[in-house]
Design a protein around this ligand. Structure first.
Ligand code: ACO
Length: 273
């Protein structure tokens, strides 16, 4: 595994653990961090990880874009600014479309671009004590670079979404859970254990079923019912083919022998393709 200046990467048991490591700067995302995240995702892809967990070192998850490094310093250097944006939006987009299940462990401060990051992840476990905010209006802009997309798609109530974007008022991880931005909020002291539990649960499942569950969800959300049925069935037979019909040959055969209860247990994979 390569070593990075701004990010820690640990890959074990098909899970990748990514820690933004600029606690002295509240893990805000510098140009170096953006460039390094592109390489981190290359490593994760090569290892064919099933799960990616992203968190921050110290008391911050991510204080957004590095306002000096990404805006002030390159402001009069358009080529540099373009390079920073290509890296930043490149890895954000890759992560949003990633076949692995992506989990945010929001341990503390989460502002602006940090909320964009939490917004593109599949699962967010947040410390109740964490502080979130769309602070852009506080310095005269609106949430950009995918952040408006993220809050509009994760705060289903228009009244709440616009309230927080317009006022810049902060809210807690507990409120993020109530609004649906976080999957679950729990005391900071329990965050690591709960994340480990969810990672373990996902790791037992097949790579293909996880990736296709995500893919089908994202596409079907925007479809009418009848085309959705056709698409879901086409994808189901694609999954079946790619996994050598394991769901019938192994899982349902094992259920017939009453070896497991699919409602509360998963079957033992023969091959994790
Ligand atoms: N960009 C650049 N530097 C930052 C950022 C940031 N987004 N966030 C924190 N820092 C720096 C601080 O300037 C400070 O640097 P210094 O030690 O050189 O003075 C250091 O990190 C520590 O920050 P403090 O403010 O001292 O930490 P504190 O715990 O008191 O406050 C807080 C944390 C509330 C997160 C505060 O740092 C803050 O308001 N940060 C900006 C958050 C923000 O609005 N981000 C932009 C979102 S919009 C977007 O992403 C486009």
């Amino acid at each position: 595994m390569a070593s990075y200046q701004t990010v820690l990467l640990d890959i074990r048991d098909s899970a990748a653990y990514v820690t933004f490591n600029r606690p002295e700067k509240r893990n805000c995302m510098s140009p170096t961090l953006h460039a390094e995240m592109c390489k981190v995702l290359d490593e994760i892809d090569q290892a064919r990880c099933k799960v990616i967990v992203i968190t921050g070192a110290g008391d911050a998850f991510c204080a957004g874009m590095d306002l000096e490094g990404c805006f002030l310093e390159p402001f009069d250097k358009p080529e540099l600014m373009a390079e920073i944006n290509t890296n930043a939006f490149g890895w954000f987009t890759r992560l949003k479309n990633h076949p692995a299940v992506t989990i945010g462990k929001v341990n503390g401060w989460c502002f602006g671009g940090g909320m964009a990051l939490a917004g593109v992840l599949d699962i967010v476990l947040a410390a109740e004590e964490s502080t979130w905010g769309l602070s852009e209006v506080n310095f005269g802009i609106f949430p950009g670079g995918g952040t408006t997309w993220a809050y509009a798609n994760n705060m289903p109530s228009r009244k709440k979404a616009l309230y927080y974007a317009l006022t810049g008022e902060t809210f807690t991880g507990k409120q993020a859970e109530e609004m649906g931005y976080a999957t679950r909020a729990l005391p900071l002291a329990q965050l690591d254990a709960e994340t480990d539990r969810v990672v373990k649960m996902l790791s037992r499942l097949g790579r293909t079923v996880l990736a296709k569950t995500k893919e089908v969800y994202e596409k079907v959300r925007w479809m009418d019912f009848e085309p959705a049925i056709d698409y879901e069935m086409a994808k189901l037979w694609e999954l079946s083919r790619e996994t050598n019909d394991d769901w019938v040959r192994t899982a349902l055969a094992s259920f017939k022998r009453r070896e497991f209860k699919p409602g509360t247990q998963s079957y033992t994979l023969t091959r994790d393709v």
